[in-house]
Design a protein around this ligand. Structure first.
Ligand code: NAD
Length: 497
């Protein structure tokens, strides 16, 4: 069994109280896994192992789902929206109180920059308030019935037990998109965070208990894909809300289909970031960098295919390369760092393998293309921010989701060519267009097959806008004014007079 006390001890271990025993959250209690096994977290900046999460067994998963089912059936499924909203608002206050701790946990799990993570608490709290408001204002439909002597109406009801399975790149943000609307709509939940980022979710579970959510309403089982599979296969799970890789989502969808469980899937992307010759090229360069290198490229909406009109001259590429070369790789806690390590050694190895693939396809990097040489970064899972120019949309680095700091620059001749290349992908999560022509923007936006489209910006989002993907990027939408619908059944009622 992993023993954190035998590992090295940096100052942040004390701040995070890293030796404390994190436990599964089942039926309102914090418990060890049935066979008492656990797995460690690794800080991607230093390679240090720290903290440990329990490895849930299928029996633990069963216990968690049974508890969620019991809580739903016995009382939670019939609570009033205002009661659920009050609990969510209390949780929002606690999240704000502990926002720094939650941010620090995430940084030490997945290595992301603190500057990118430190607003998670505010964002979660704001979403909890938004979902509380939606719960309280949730409406059904009533209208004059066309039937004789009949009153009819339709009303939303909770689905039952929701399984929320999350990835490691934004563990709390992506969980909150599922947890808060699921609770607001009156469902109970079993959460399975990524094996890379289990502790921040367990800590959030502690805050949920402190907020006063009843036993069994919120359960957390930590573990690997096997734990997730046991959850998906459980017959008492009524809905699965998943964010992760496209292949995993497809396998979950197959299992869910065998018993018609509801699904929401947020999957991969290969998003086009299209720069026209009439764009403000200076801003477009900032947008390209933000598009592909934020979160070290570990973002589902990464602008990983950079489509540049072919008549844009060499100056553009020189300036782009200069700015990328100047990016500072470094300590995630240092506010001047711009590129963080990748989330795990295995993920770094996967990213490096794509550099080999590019080379084998005859491509050479415009900038980057390897690990950094700075010895201070040697223990971290760093890969240089890398761009390849003159890429064809058929090259593997342009077709497959890499999920790292590697962008492919693809040239196009005109609007039609740009739209053709942009849509020539199995994915459809996001896209961006850089142009000073409002007419061109309006012509192109409706033709891009993507769930989010930005014009002259990249990466913004807000709770009122639904988020999700076309095609292989997902099924359904999260957030938006209809967010609760994804966690509700609609019941139609007919009453004779
Ligand atoms: P992943 O699919 O490997 O893992 C995601 C989660 O699923 C983890 O908790 C994992 O343990 C679990 N899991 C793995 N196999 C499972 C199985 N057979 N059954 C049930 N659960 C299983 O993905 P990842 O590597 O953690 O995350 C990266 C991926 O997530 C990328 O493809 C990225 O595009 C995607 N992502 C999508 C969005 C979006 O909103 N569309 C957002 C962030 C990340």
């Amino acid at each position: 069994m992993f023993d954190p006390s035998k590992e090295t001890h940096s100052p942040w271990h004390d701040e995070l109280d890293s030796d404390r025993p994190y436990k599964l959250l089942i039926n309102g209690e914090f418990v060890t896994a049935q066979d008492e096994r656990s797995f460690p977290c690794q800080y991607p900046y230093t390679g240090e192992f720290w903290g440990a999460a329990p490895l849930a067994t299928p029996k633990d998963v069963d216990h968690a789902v049974q508890s969620a089912h019991k809580a739903f059936e016995q009382h939670w499924g019939r609570t009033r929206p205002a009661e659920r909203a009050a609990l969510l608002r209390k949780l929002a206050d606690l999240i704000l109180r502990d926002a720094h701790n939650l941010a620090m946990l995430q940084v030490h799990e997945n290595g992301k920059l603190l500057s990118e993570t430190q607003h998670t608490g505010q964002s979660l709290a704001a979403l909890a308030h938004y979902m509380s408001g939606l719960a309280e204002s949730s409406v059904g439909q009533a209208s004059a019935s066309n039937l004789p002597n009949t009153t009819s109406y339709s009303i939303p009801e909770p689905i039952g037990v929701v399984a929320a399975i999350t990835p490691w790149n934004s563990p709390l943000g992506l969980l909150s998109w599922k947890l808060f609307p699921a609770l607001a709509a009156g469902n109970s939940i079993v959460i399975k965070p990524s094996e890379v980022t289990p502790l921040s979710t367990l800590r959030l579970g502690e805050l949920c208990m402190e907020a006063g959510f009843p036993d069994g309403v919120i359960n957390i089982v930590t573990g690997d894909g096997g734990t997730g599979a046991a959850l998906v296969e459980h017959p008492l799970v009524d809905k699965i809300a998943f964010t992760g890789a496209t292949g995993t989502g497809q396998s979950i969808a197959r299992t869910a289909a065998s018993r018609n469980a509801r699904i929401s899937l947020e999957l991969g992307g290969k998003s086009p970031n299209i720069v026209f010759d009439d764009a403000d090229l200076d801003k477009a360069i900032d947008g390209i960098i933000a598009g592909i290198f934020s979160s070290t490229g570990q973002s589902c909406v990464s602008g990983s295919r950079i489509l540049v009109q072919s008549n844009i001259g060499d100056d553009f590429y020189q300036e782009l390369a200069r700015r990328v070369n100047a990016m500072r790789l470094g300590d995630p806690l240092d506010p001047t760092s711009q590129i963080a390590p990748l989330a795990s050694r295995a993920h770094m190895d996967k990213i490096l393998s794509y550099l080999d693939i590019a080379q084998s396809e005859g491509l050479s990097p415009l900038v980057g293309g390897g690990r950094p040489s700075d010895p201070a970064l040697a223990n971290g899972f760093f890969v240089q921010p890398t761009l390849y120019a003159k890429v064809s949309n058929h090259h593997r680095i342009a077709r497959e989701e890499i999920f790292g700091p590697i962008g492919s620059i693809i040239n196009f001749s005109d609007e039609e060519d740009a739209i053709r290349i942009a849509n020539d992908t199995p994915f459809g999560l996001a896209a961006a267009v850089w142009t000073e022509s409002i007419r061109r923007a309006h012509r192109i936006v409706p033709r891009l097959r993507a769930g989010t489209v930005w014009v002259n910006q990249y990466r913004s989002g807000e709770f009122v806008r639904p988020f999700g993907g076309y095609r292989q990027s997902g099924v359904g939408r999260e957030l938006g004014v209809d967010a609760l619908h994804a966690y509700s059944e609609m019941k139609s009622v007919f009453i004779s007079h």
